[in-house]
Design a protein around this ligand. Sequence first.
Ligand SMILES: O=C(O)CCCC[C@@H]1SC[C@H]2[C@@H]1NC(=O)N2C(=O)OCc1ccccc1
Length: 123
Amino acid sequence: RKCDLSGLWRNELRSLMEIHEVNDAGEFSGDYLTAVTATSNCIRRSPLKGAQHDAKQRGQPTFGFTVNWEKFSNSTTVFVGQCFVDDKGKETLKTMWLLREEVGSPGDGWRATRVGTNVFTRK
Ligand SMILES: O=C(O)CCCC[C@@H]1SC[C@H]2[C@@H]1NC(=O)N2C(=O)OCc1ccccc1
């Protein structure tokens, strides 16, 4: 089924995202293996949880998920996006994300959130 998110995905930074089965409520969990790091920390798999709209009902469903970079740093990233299918049946996940870095005090909150985009295709 197209745009059922379970499976292995890769983005333009060559990071990998593995999504396990999607349940009847559209919920899923998985792992994110980033290829890039802003810190000297070694690259670790980080758990993710999210939900998508029913790919049986919607041809090109929207979704969202949260990555908890727990072993990596105290950051959190939330992704939101939509799955698109081209005329050859190739699926693309177009996403935007907010990355929240842990800062020492509320006064530092102004510099704590980054925004970006990622595109994923099946690996
Ligand atoms: O799709 C991709 O793979 C690219 C984006 C994912 C990279 C993530 S962002 C959070 C985590 C991972 N790399 C990194 O340095 N992180 C981190 O938390 O570093 C700590 C930090 C966070 C914000 C600012 C400076 C350092």
